[in-house]
Design a protein around this ligand. Structure first.
Ligand code: 6GU
Length: 485
C-alpha cells in the first residue's frame, strides 16, 4: 500500500516513524511519503492561502497550489478525460481529505480504505481547502473521501490523518504482530465494545479479579467466552446504547438476549434490532392493562389438552381485577411489569391493546396479622426446602407466580429481564427459596427458568378450570443467584 500525505507541516507526521507504522514502513509493508505543500507554491512567500470569497473569518487554502500538488502526487495528467483513462487498471486509489465537515470515519471506513492500493491525504489548515479541489478530482474520476474523525474541531487535518493512517495501517496484513488482536476488539464485527481486560496480579489494591469475575480464572474456555461477551454487552449498554440499537437480531443468541434483557433491552420478533425495555413495579394505574395482559398470555403457558373453556374458566376465577388489585395493595406480592420504551413502541409497533408486554408476580410466604397468606399463593410443594438466610437466620419461601410475556416478545429476552428482576426483588426481601410450578410439557419455559439458575425440585398437580395438570417444580435461592447477574 502506498500512502502520500501532503501538508504544510511535514514534521507533524514524524510520529508515523515510530511504533508499528514505522516498523511496517521499514519492512516495506507500507510505502509512506510526506510532502510539503509549499513546494508547489509559485510565489516568493510560498503562499498557500487567501481570504475567503464573500468575506468572513480565517483563510482558505488556494485551489491552484493544491491542484499542482495533487496532480503530481496522484501522477495524473491535468486533462480530466485522460485522468479517467489512467485511473482504470491501476488498483484502487483514494484521495482522502480530512475535514470536520466530512462523513464520520469509523472502523468500517478503516476496513474499506485498508483494501485500497494508494491513499493520498490532503491535509488542510485554516478554514479548509477551496471546495473546487474535491469537486475537480471527483469529476476526474478519482475516488474522493472527505472524512471527519469526530464531532469536534481541530486546527488542521494532520492529527486526523495520523489517526486514520494508524487505524488503516494496522489492518494491513503483517503490520500487527498478532492478527487475532483485530478480530475481537471494540467496533469489530460483533458491533459491541470490547469488554474490560485484566492481567496479573489477580488481586491489586483490594480489587480482586478472582472475586469479581471467577469465570476468568476457571480455565473453562466456553465459560470465559460467555462471560466476556456478557460484559461486552453490559459495557456497550452503559456506554454506547446507540450501538445496541444497531445490533442485528441474527447475530444474537439466547444468552446474548438474556444479557441484553438484564440491561433493559429486548429483541421483539420482526424488529430490526433491540428495543429499550422498561421493567418496573406495577402501580394501580396498570390494573386494567394487567388483567388484559394476564388473560392474553395465560393460554400460551397451558398444555395443549386443555380446552378453551377450561382455560377461560381459570382466567375468570383467578386472573381477575380483584386478584390483581389485592396484589397491588399487598406488600407480600411483588408485581413487576415490562413495557417497551417510548421510542421502542413506535419502532416495533404496539403489542396488543395495552402498553404492557409482560409481568411477573412474586408471592412471599408470610401470613398477615389475621394469619392469612397472600391471595393466590399455592401450597409450597414438598420438594421445596427453604435454606437459612446467609446470616444463619430463618429462611423465607416465595412463589414465583409467574413470568408471562406476550407471544410476540417470546425469545426477545423480555422474560429473562422480568425473571432477573423477580430474582433481585426476592433477594432484597430476604427470600431464600423462590419456587415455581410450570407445565411439565412446556420445555421452552423450563429452559428459560434453568437458564436463570432454577433447578428441578419435583412436581405437583395443578388445577386449570377443573382439569388436573402435572407441573414441574423448580427452585432457586435468590441470595446465591444475585451475584450471577
Ligand atoms: Cl478530519 N479535521 C479537522 N480539522 N478537524 C476535525 C477533523 C478533521 N475531524 C474532527 N475534527
Amino acid at each position: 500500500m502506498r500512502l502520500d500525505v501532503i501538508t504544510i507541516f511535514p514534521d507533524y507526521l514524524r510520529a508515523l516513524d515510530l511504533s508499528l507504522i514505522g516498523r511496517a514502513a521499514g519492512e516495506g509493508l507500507i510505502d509512506l511519503r510526506v510532502h510539503d505543500l509549499r513546494d508547489w507554491a509559485r510565489d516568493r512567500h510560498r503562499t498557500v492561502d487567501d481570504t475567503p470569497l464573500g468575506g468572513g473569518a480565517g483563510m482558505v487554502m488556494k485551489p491552484d497550489v493544491w491542484g499542482e500538488a495533487l496532480d503530481e502526487v496522484l501522477a495524473l495528467p491535468a486533462d480530466a478525460a485522460a485522468a479517467r483513462e489512467s485511473a482504470a487498471g491501476r488498483g484502487r486509489r483514494v484521495l482522502v481529505v480530512p475535514t470536520p465537515a466530512g462523513r464520520v470515519f469509523t472502523q468500517r471506513t478503516a476496513e474499506d480504505l485498508a483494501r485500497a492500493d494508494h491513499l493520498v491525504f490532503a491535509c488542510g489548515r485554516y478554514e479548509g481547502i477551496d471546495a473546487r479541489v474535491a469537486e475537480h478530482y471527483r469529476a476526474a474520476g478519482i475516488e474522493v473521501a472527505e472524512l471527519s474523525i469526530g464531532d469536534y474541531v481541530l486546527s488542521g487535518g494532520e492529527a486526523a490523518a495520523l489517526v486514520m493512517i494508524e487505524a488503516i495501517a494496522r489492518l494491513r496484513p503483517g503490520v500487527l504482530g498478532n492478527p487475532d488482536s483485530v478480530v475481537e476488539e471494540s467496533h469489530g464485527a460483533s458491533g459491541l465494545l470490547e469488554q474490560e481486560v485484566y492481567t496479573r496480579p489477580v488481586a491489586w489494591r483490594g480489587l480482586d479479579v478472582s472475586r469479581a469475575w471467577p469465570a476468568l480464572l476457571s480455565g473453562d474456555h466456553a465459560r470465559v467466552a460467555r462471560q466476556r461477551r456478557n460484559r461486552a454487552i453490559a459495557r456497550t449498554i452503559a456506554r454506547r446504547p446507540d450501538m445496541i440499537e444497531r445490533l442485528r437480531p441474527d447475530t444474537l443468541d439466547a444468552a446474548d438476549r438474556a444479557a441484553l434483557a438484564r440491561g433493559g433491552w429486548a429483541v421483539p420478533d420482526g424488529a430490526a434490532g433491540p428495543v429499550e425495555l422498561v421493567v418496573r413495579p406495577a402501580v394501580g394505574a396498570d390494573l386494567a392493562d394487567l388483567v388484559d395482559l394476564a388473560a392474553r398470555t395465560f393460554p400460551d403457558a397451558c398444555p395443549s389438552f386443555l380446552t378453551a373453556e377450561q382455560i377461560a374458566r381459570h382466567v375468570a376465577a383467578h386472573l381477575t381485577p380483584g386478584r390483581f388489585a389485592r396484589w397491588l395493595a399487598d406488600p407480600r406480592a411483588v408485581v413487576t411489569v415490562a413495557a417497551l420504551g417510548r421510542d421502542a413502541e413506535t419502532r416495533a409497533g404496539r403489542v396488543g391493546a395495552s402498553e404492557l408486554i409482560g409481568y411477573s408476580a412474586v408471592l412471599v410466604e408470610r401470613n398477615d396479622d389475621d394469619g392469612a397468606p397472600p391471595v393466590g399463593l399455592d401450597p409450597r410443594p414438598e420438594g421445596v426446602t427453604v435454606p437459612p438466610a446467609p446470616d444463619g437466620g430463618a429462611g423465607l419461601a416465595a412463589e414465583l407466580s409467574k413470568v408471562y410475556v406476550d407471544a410476540r416478545l417470546r425469545g426477545s429476552g423480555a422474560a429473562a429481564a422480568l425473571l432477573a428482576g423477580a430474582v433481585r426483588d426476592a433477594a432484597a426481601r430476604g427470600v431464600t427459596a423462590l419456587w415455581l410450578g410450570t407445565d411439565g410439557a412446556n420445555r421452552r419455559a423450563q429452559r428459560a427458568y434453568r437458564r436463570a439458575g432454577f433447578v428441578g425440585a419435583g412436581s405437583r398437580t395443578y388445577d386449570v378450570g377443573g382439569r388436573t395438570c402435572r407441573d414441574i417444580v423448580m427452585v432457586l435461592n435468590p441470595q446465591e443467584a444475585a451475584g450471577e447477574y
